[in-house]
Design a protein. Structure first.
Length: 267
């Protein structure tokens, strides 16, 4: 007897392999454009848990098929008739029933979708963590918009990119306006005697910038959802260029003191 004719292969290995391939393809189709299945260790663990559970269900169903003939006809008729009962999609009482009927697969899929979205938000927050001012942030999202539009051909994705960019741009303009008003109020007396902003002005500036960066994080998340891992280096280059441009714009070059130090060293 060959190895592929043995009981362990026909009853366990073959059904599990077929189910794993089909299940993984289904996960890729279901979560396309929603994140990365292998983005973090937690999402990868949940994805593999879904595949493993479905393989176990497939093996168990295959082993139980020969015993289905012993099921009473009345029970089979009741089960089939119950499938015609009306269901509510968003009913809170129906969700536990669905999770029970799918033997936990629906619960794992729900957790996987939540984890993938959380990973995307965490990635976007960390990617924009170095931005402290509105001007370099505005420069970055403008360049990122051009980068994303040049690499997308789906009308729905292009529409989402433009809508998210407009929302982020309006929020940044508002933050810049609040910051400009605060700076003008601090310099109202004399330019060389600048006062510090009070608590209300500081709160207004911080809240406006926080709102703008939050909307920018949702815009950056589009690059995570619809992009590839190989594009991460290009995104980092755009971020570095915007931060350096903001640094050069916001700070002046300090005066050189080499001649003074040279003279002092001669003494």
């Amino acid at each position: 007897m060959h190895w592929y004719q043995q009981t362990w292969f026909t009853d366990f290995a073959l059904p599990a392999a077929i189910c794993a391939g089909v299940a993984w393809f289904g996960l890729l189709r279901q979560f396309s454009g929603k994140g990365r299945l292998l983005g973090t260790h937690r999402s990868a663990a949940l994805a593999f848990s879904v595949v493993a559970l479905m393989c176990a269900i497939a093996i168990g169903a295959g082993l139980l098929l020969p015993h289905l003939a012993k099921v009473p006809p009345a029970a089979a008729g009741f089960a089939l008739g119950a499938t015609a009962a009306p269901r509510r999609r968003q009913d809170g009482t129906a969700q536990p029933v669905v999770k029970f009927m799918t033997l936990g697969v629906a619960w794992l899929l729900e957790r996987l979708e939540y984890r993938m979205r959380t990973d995307a938000l965490n990635w976007s927050t960390g990617f924009l963590a170095d931005f402290r001012e509105s001007r370099p942030l505005r420069l970055f999202i403008h360049e990122l918009q051009q980068y994303l539009l040049a690499r997308q051909d789906h009308a729905a994705v292009i529409k989402s990119i433009k809508a998210q960019y407009e929302s982020a741009e309006k929020a940044i303009d508002k933050a810049l306006e609040v910051q400009t008003k605060t700076d003008d109020a601090c310099n109202v007396q004399t330019p060389w005697l600048k006062r510090e902003p009070d608590a209300d002005e500081e709160f207004a500036c911080r809240s406006a910038f926080a709102e703008a960066r939050t909307l920018c994080e949702h815009f950056v998340m589009l690059a995570y959802l619809h992009g590839r891992r190989s594009e991460h280096f290009a995104l980092e280059s755009l971020r570095t260029g915007a931060l350096n441009a903001g640094a050069h714009h916001g700070t002046s070059v300090p005066p050189q003191k080499r001649r003074l130090s040279w003279r002092r060293s001669r003494r």
